[in-house]
Every structure is written in structure tokens, then in C-alpha cells.
Design a protein around this ligand. Sequence first.
Ligand code: NDP
Length: 434
Amino acid sequence: VARNAGDDEFHQAVHEVLGCLQPVLDRHPEYVDAKIVERLCEPERQIVFRVPWTDDRGRIQVNRGMRVEFSSALGPYKGGLRFHPSVDLGILKFLGFEQILKNALTGLQIGAGKGGSDFDPKGRSDAEVMRFCQSFMTELYRHLGPNTDVPAGDIGVGRREIGYLFGQYKRITNRYEAGVLTGKAPDRGGSVLRTEATGYGCAYFVQEMLATRGDSFDGRTVVLSGSGNVAIYAIEKVHQLGGRVVACSDSTGYVVHEKGIDVDLLRQIKEIQRGRLLDYAERIGADATYVADGRVWDVPCHIALPCATQNELDEHDAISLVDNGCVAVGEGANMPSTPGAIGVFRAAGVAFAPGKAANAGGVAVSALEMQQNAVRDSWSIERVDDKLRAIMSDIHARCYETSEDYGEPGNYVLGANAAGFVTVADAMLALGLV
Ligand code: NDP
């Protein structure tokens, strides 16, 4: 604890995992002897650097860049970059730690890392974002490589930012190594469906989870948080699966649209115009209600999908959801539910899919992008979607079977943590003390 003083989110993530591991360690004393837990909690490497850049008015700005290379036991470090004013080393350590088990669950050869900056892209011009990305990559490039460390996007980092980052990497190294970043545009070495993968994958996972209870999305009301990359494509897939998303949010409020969120309009406003949810409500008119400063979790629903950020759904929100009849929760974001909220869901018998399982579709398609880049190929939408569906189904099966194996069928928190841990622990044993 002292070594990571003040890193609250990191402590929270580690605490949740360790809370599940005792039965695993009882079964595997070799993990205890090899100090796997202690080794896993210490990142292999952390890089912190200055990012100076010039804004449109000619003023010099300085941000902090970071990359936590957490574990390479299963493959190159792999995990997104987050640009948000709240980013610090503690948040990146929590995200990197979650990524170890998430990436292990995919069954693909990817290690774990996470990076980013306290840079806030909101309200910045394209030229400012480009200059920031170029400065960020001017340091980070030396730590990356298709077989070393392969970042992707996260909050505040989408296709535009990945494009600028890749451009600078190419310029500095003089190498068109498409496999050094994932989330590129499909006509520039990216995989089709990478943009959609996290949201689609989350819906696929929840569909599997609902099926274990004889339930489905069909005809069901869904509420989700966020209106960014994960949220938009979770809405799209839920609608394709027969559900109706009636509310979504951003950091300043939420919108209720009982007929179902119009995903094409939302995408246009968020992805093309870089507008806000308020713009969506204004465009819809009388059918939509915008609520500033409220809690989206007060909107009644059958299924809830938190897709915004960490600790956005607390105990009171969970009580409100349960009281309003919510029976299933799938985390599209990383650690969006507080420990108190998870306790409420468990006590109420709500089916609960933790982020490290339910949102693994994004990194899984990133790994498929790496495979395509390695052989200079590009696959069809059908092929990638089939693989994504199969991967999410496998992750669900592994989590469910592991929860049964440890005597708590349907406890996906236990299942995800135990199954991911065993995979990475076995790899660490095989590699020796490194
Ligand atoms: P985006 O930046 O595209 O969207 C984030 C959304 O969450 C926005 O609507 C944003 O609102 C809202 N949000 C962000 N911070 C806060 C906050 N502090 N309070 C309330 N709302 C907030 O990010 P993504 O959709 O890519 O990521 C969302 C979550 O999913 C994150 O937890 C991320 O780690 C996780 N994730 C993402 C993956 C991906 O492939 N993109 C893969 C796996 C997990 P506003 O615009 O007002 O800030």
C-alpha cells in the first residue's frame, strides 16, 4: 500500500481481484511460492515524460505523458491511451492492472499496458490536437513497436488521435509499421469493426449472460451511461438485438428518449460535429428530455450498461436501479461500478458482468488488427464480427465455468478474475523469474 500511496483506483482494482483469489491460491501453492500476486501488482516498467506543445494562440502548454507497461507475460504490452484532465499514474495503473486479466481472458497473445495524458482534447482545434499528439509521440515512440508495446484508443483518443500519433511515429522512425498502434482507420491499416468492437462485444456478452437466465434483449428497456465510442456502439448492437435504449449520458447530464436513442443522429453529433448530448436533445425536440446534473441510473430499465468511466455508478444508483426492476448490468467501461454498488447487485441477485470480461471485445479486435497488419491483410466485416462474437462467447463460457468450478455459479467477478489470473500466472511460471 505504501509503495502506491494515493493511488486509490489502483488499490480498488487490486482489492477486488485479490478478494477472489484465495481459493485459486489454495489450489495452486506454486503461485504462492513464486510470488505471482506480488509480481503481478508491480508494473514491469513505468514511463513518465514532459509533453510541451503550442496552442493556436502561440502560447506554450505543458502536459504530462505516461505509459505503464504492466505485463508482457502473454505478449507485447497492449492497452489504450487516455487523454483526460483526470489522468494520473494511479488511474493508469488501475487500468493497466485490469488489462492484464482482460487480455488474458481473450485467449489471444497480448500483454497489458495503459497510457495517456492529463491533456484535455475538449474544445481544442484539430491543429492543437495534432500538435499535442506529435509531441506526445516524440517521446513515446522509443518505447513502442509491433512486438514491444502496441497502444490503442480510450477516453479522448479515437481515430483522429490515433491517426496523428501514427503519422508522427512513421515520420520519426521512417518505418510504416502499421502494427504499432491499433484503432487506425480501415483504409490506413486499421481493422473494420475496431471502432464498434467494445460496444458490440459488451452487448454480445450480456446477451450470453441473459441467456443463462432464459432472458434476452428482445423487447427490453436498456439505460446506459456515456455517449462516446463504447456507448454509441453498445446502443447500436442492443437495438439490433431487439432491445431499446431509452437513455444515455455525458459528463454534464443525460437524455431520455422513450422511442429509443437515434444512434445515427447521436453518431453524427458526437463523431462528426464533436457536439454534446444537449445538441442531440435539441435536435430531437419534444420527444426527448435533457436532464442536467441528474443521475441516469434513476431512469427505469430492465438492463443497465455503464459505458462512461470508473466509479460512475455508486451504491445509491445501484439501489435505484434494483428498485426500478433492473435485472442485469454489463460494464462497458472499466470499473464503473463501485464496490458498494456491486454488493447491492449481488445481494439482489442481479446478473453482473464486470468490465474486464464484458468490454474485452475492443482489445480482442485490436489483437485481430495486429494479426491483419502482420500479414498485410484486411478482413471482411463478417469475418471480424464472427470472430468477435466467438471470442465474447468463449470469454463468457470461461467466466461462467470458472465460477461454477469455484462453487459460485453466475459470479462473473470471481469467474473473470480467477480465469484471467490462472492464464497469466501459468505463463509467468513458464517464463521463470523475469
Ligand atoms: P469516449 O471518450 O469516447 O467517451 C467517454 C464518455 O464517457 C463520454 O460520453 C464522456 O462524456 C463520458 N465521461 C468521461 N469521463 C466522465 C466523467 N468523469 N464523468 C461522467 N462522464 C464521463 O471514451 P470510450 O467510450 O472509449 O471509453 C468509455 C469507457 O470504456 C472507459 O472506461 C474506457 O476505459 C472503457 N473502454 C474503452 C474501450 C475502447 O475501445 N474505447 C475498450 C475497453 C474499455 P463527456 O464527453 O462529457 O466527457
